[in-house]
Write a protein that binds this ligand. Structure first.
Ligand code: ZN
Ligand code: ZN
Length: 226
């Protein structure tokens, strides 16, 4: 499904990855382990080959987003980008995970490491879609980022937002590491001019995106102050 020029939502197991088909291809998130073949099949239907894959951009380091990185990057010259706060989170030993009984650390321990990754931080602009801006929106994980393409008013939110019973809302309380931080991060999204919100686990929203983000930011702010 093409959600913006050259941007395809690729349905994987329970999650979307986004394939940007410019002369070189970029993948935003890579699904669970085993997702590689699905992405490859999708690309082939467009007449493209994974040899044209230049980079994989990770919205955060959960296993349903980075599990497929290694198999897709393979031995190719593929750059893997991730926020350093989530990269650090992956360097967890079993003793850390069990000793602290912290859910984030447990998830990290059982997440397949994506291998070498380049840190990307707030304010970085990736050379795709006319300049894709990295917006650090911590909370769901410390290194969660949104990716914003002003040219297409397109915002990839990863798991920083979700949709429950047809209504957009902030990140999951159960699966997020710092829900207060997740609330504050919505204000960052509401500053942007957005027409399309591309989620990881739900179909994109193309109607009233700016209004949705502003309303969410307002209710998040009042939840913080109350
Ligand atoms: Zn997640
Ligand atoms: Zn997820």
């Amino acid at each position: 499904m093409e959600i913006a020029p050259a941007v395809h939502a690729v349905r994987l197991l329970n999650v979307y990855a986004y394939l940007v088909c410019e002369p070189q291809m970029t993948l935003i998130d890579a699904g669970l382990i085993g997702s590689g073949r699905r992405v490859e099949r999708y690309a082939r239907r467009l007449g493209r080959s994974m040899d044209e894959l230049r980079r994989i951009v990770c919205t955060h380091a959960h296993p349903d987003h980075i599990g497929g990185v290694r198999e897709l990057a393979g031995d190719r010259e593929v750059e893997v980008l991730m926020h350093p706060a989530d990269l650090a989170g992956l360097e967890v030993t079993l003793r850390d995970a069990v000793g602290n009984r912290n859910r984030g650390q447990l998830i990290a321990y059982f997440t397949r490491h994506p291998g070498e990754a380049t840190p990307m931080v707030e304010g970085d602009v990736l050379p795709i879609l006319g300049g894709l801006q990295v917006v650090h929106t911590p909370g769901h994980t410390p290194g969660s980022v949104c990716l914003y393409a002003p040219r297409f008013k397109l915002l990839f939110v990863g798991d920083a937002l979700q949709v429950i019973r047809g209504k957009e809302t902030i990140a999951s309380q159960v699966f997020s590491e710092d829900i207060a931080e997740a609330r504050s991060s919505v204000a960052r999204m509401a500053e942007l001019d957005v027409e399309t919100i591309a989620f990881s686990h739900y179909r994109p929203v193309t109607d009233g995106a700016n209004g949705i983000l502003r309303t969410l930011a307002q209710s998040a702010a009042s939840a913080v102050s109350s």
